[in-house]
Design a protein around this ligand. Structure first.
Ligand code: G6P
Length: 356
């Protein structure tokens, strides 16, 4: 059954491995034979097309998925998009545009912080869509529209397949709204193949975790643009289960403060998949290396250099987060295993937080 660990020692590893299948299931659900989007009612697309701005509201990993999705809505659908942390938006609502449309992202569909925002904006009369993994949950029922993430049950507290699936659904929705010269169905088929190729490289990520994180109390993930968004999720994965204090941030910010934290041997992971900023990021990697950091570069094929720790296969650049996050998930998994901790049940955390 879906909720059975099978031969896997932990749900997290099973769920990481399932990501290629989830990508294929999403394609089968949301595309017809010709590669046209299906399964997204015109109620949703018409309502979004009337909006002048999208507001994505979410918590935790789902918030991080929203930071990636924003790029699709802006670049493929041409709609200005803001991404907000639910617990902040609920009590510190920003000034809204004239015709806002809300998108709630949630694995569980039950997060109290997001529910509070949905209540608030419904009272103000604004339309909302919930993209959730658990359908028939509070957030899907109470929004005007709902779309399924189809990741299947996610049991490990650290979210993995729900993140990549939420990114894919946002990509498909933005693609349906826009008119881009791209065969997204074909691109996603490639993504699924390459996710499998990366999850097959477990030995490599175990080695990185064992060698580069052994005995470490802190670590960093850096990137620019989409890689900065993925760096936040990568850092959350590592810190929430291994308890290694990890910061993820935009690499250009190093020089404005964080670089003073770099000591001899501090692990700094750099995600390098975006061509426009690859040169700048290489410079930042060199700067931390010069201050003693142990730099671990995860790059995409066309941007790779000798000495990089892992080279990702190449897909459409905007879809690279779907690949770049996988090494981080697996490095977090193996670092946690090496510390003898319960990968699936980190201390103090719940899978779904139904209190504010
Ligand atoms: C909890 C979980 C996180 C999750 C967050 C938002 O804190 O531990 O993994 O990202 O809630 O949950 P949601 O179900 O709304 O995506």
């Amino acid at each position: 059954a879906d909720t059975d660990k099978g031969t896997y020692p932990y749900y997290m590893l099973k769920e990481v491995d399932e990501q290629a299948v989830v990508a294929r299931n999403l394609s089968a659900h949301y595309f017809d034979e010709e590669g046209n989007v299906q399964g997204i009612g015109c109620g949703i697309t018409d309502s979004i097309k009337e909006a002048d701005r999208l507001y994505i509201v979410a918590a935790g990993t789902s918030y991080h998925a929203g930071l990636v999705g924003k790029r699709y809505f802006e670049q493929w659908a041409g709609i200005p998009t803001e991404v907000h942390i639910a617990s902040e938006f609920a009590y510190d609502q920003p000034m809204l545009s004239k015709k806002p449309f809300f998108i709630f992202l949630s694995q569980s569909g039950e997060t109290a912080d997001s529910r509070e925002v949905l209540d608030n904006i419904k009272r103000q009369g604004f339309p909302a869509l919930t993209i959730a993994n658990v359908m028939n949950s509070t957030l899907t029922r109470e929004a005007d529209f709902a779309l399924p993430v189809l990741a299947g049950p996610e049991i490990a507290v650290a979210s993995t397949k729900a993140y990549t699936a939420q990114i894919i659904v946002q990509a498909i929705l933005a693609y349906a709204l826009g008119d881009v010269d791209l065969d997204l169905k074909a691109e996603l088929a490639k993504v699924a193949v390459e996710i499998s190729a990366i999850t097959d490289d477990k030995d490599c990520f175990k080695k990185i975790a064992d060698e580069d994180l052994k005995g470490q109390k802190s670590a960093f993930y850096i990137g620019r643009g989409l890689d900065a968004a993925v760096a936040l999720e990568a850092a959350l994965k590592l810190k929430e289960i291994s308890y290694i204090q990890t910061e993820g941030f935009a690499a250009g910010e190093l020089k404005h403060g964080t670089i003073s934290l770099i000591e001899d041997g501090t692990p700094v992971f750099a995600l390098l998949t975006q061509a426009k900023t690859a040169g700048l990021l290489r410079g930042e990697v060199a700067q931390v290396a010069a201050r003693g950091a142990n730099t671990i570069v995860i790059s995409s094929k066309s941007l790779a250099k000798e000495g990089d720790a892992y080279v990702l296969p190449e897909v459409n650049e905007l879809l690279m987060p779907l690949l770049a996050v996988i090494p981080a998930q697996l490095i977090a998994y193996y670092a946690t295993l090496a510390r003898g901790l319960d990968v699936d049940r980190p201390r103090n955390l719940a899978k779904s937080v139904t209190v504010q």
